[in-house]
Design a protein around this ligand. Structure first.
Ligand code: CP
Ligand code: NVA
Length: 309
């Protein structure tokens, strides 16, 4: 049996206090890196990194943080391992569990991170699946807390596809009492059963969920406007058709002029400049996407220390 609290498979698995603690820890760790007081708490520990999809930020930050904390990260080659073909997931998981102290996994199916957690018996961190991107949610929460001082009651407006990133952000808002607004094409909304599963959490936390088709109305009260690519990894064949459907939801200077003056903008990156977002927005003074990218390092460090420290 997998203990969801000993892994980071879905943000849904963690109690609000555990999420708040990890965000605060990320902020402290950022400070201690600058002060030189972080030490080497992971000396002798190794994480294995299994990435079926491309990555810059996630793969780099986990490697850098393991070095900074005195441990090491090793890259596992999906082509060589040939999971499920050369060897079963169960046997690969059993072997990895005998050698490394934790796994960071980016893959298509959410069930694979869960199966690897089950068979390896070591902490597994979800580094993005088709369904979710919980690491990104922690980095966003850290970035918002640093900029606004608090998270409760903040309004996060997600523009575009109701995808893996949007899903994890909706959970973040449900757990931490934030308001989540999605604006995007009708056919690309978050799944109704998923949204329904968040309702009891929003009720307890005091946050809310809304879908608003009109992007200008949606951003009107935003604290932070967020977007992501229109076609995620694995959806490349839909790139052109999505481009047409999503065009009215491009985050450009005109749309941002309908947001409050002090609203921030962010993007998980990579950004497809000229598609879901314009240069003028990514590079604007109100854009915190590179702060959020920087915070991936600290957020991931906090997650690893919680699970392996
Ligand atoms: N945002 C994000 O996860 O970036 P990478 O795909 O480069 O890891
Ligand atoms: N939704 C995007 C996020 C990339 C970090 C994808 O899954 O490709």
């Amino acid at each position: 049996m997998v203990d969801p609290k000993k892994n980071f498979l879905r943000l849904m698995d963690w109690e609000p206090q555990a999420i708040r603690d990890v965000v605060d820890s990320a902020i402290d760790l950022k400070r201690s890196l600058k002060d030189g007081t972080a030490g080497f708490p992971l000396r002798g520990k190794t994480i294995g990194m299994y990435f079926e999809k491309q990555s810059l930020r996630t793969v780099t930050t986990f490697q850098v943080l393991m070095t900074q904390l005195g441990g090491q990260a090793i890259l596992l080659d999906p082509a060589s391992i040939s999971l499920g073909k050369r060897e079963s997931v169960a046997d690969v998981g059993r072997c990895l569990g005998r050698w490394v102290d934790g796994l960071v996994v980016r893959c298509f199916k959410q069930s694979l991170v869960e199966d690897l957690a089950e068979w390896s018996g070591i902490p597994v961190i979800n580094a993005l699946t088709d369904d979710s991107h919980p690491c990104q949610a922690i980095a966003l929460a850290q970035t918002m807390k640093e900029h606004f001082g608090s998270l409760e009651g903040r309004r996060l407006v997600f523009v575009g596809d109701g995808n893996n990133v949007a899903s994890s952000f909706a959970v973040l808002c449900a757990k931490l009492g934030m308001h989540f607004v999605h604006t995007g094409p009708e056919g690309y909304r978050l799944k109704p059963e998923f949204v329904a599963s968040l309702e009891p959490l929003f009720k307890v936390s005091g946050g809310s969920f809304a879908y608003e088709p009109n992007p200008k109305k949606a951003v009107a009260d935003a604290d932070l406007v967020y977007t992501d690519v229109w076609a995620s990894m694995g959806q490349e064949s839909e790139q052109d058709s999505r481009g047409k459907v999503f065009a009215p939801w491009q985050v450009n200077e005109e749309l941002m002029s309908h947001a409050p003056k002090n609203a921030l903008f962010s993007h998980c990156l990579p950004a497809h400049r000229g598609e879901e977002v314009t240069d003028g927005v990514v590079d604007a003074p109100y854009s915190v996407c590179f702060d959020e990218a920087e915070n991936r390092l600290h957020a991931h460090k906090a997650i690893v220390l919680k699970l392996l420290g």
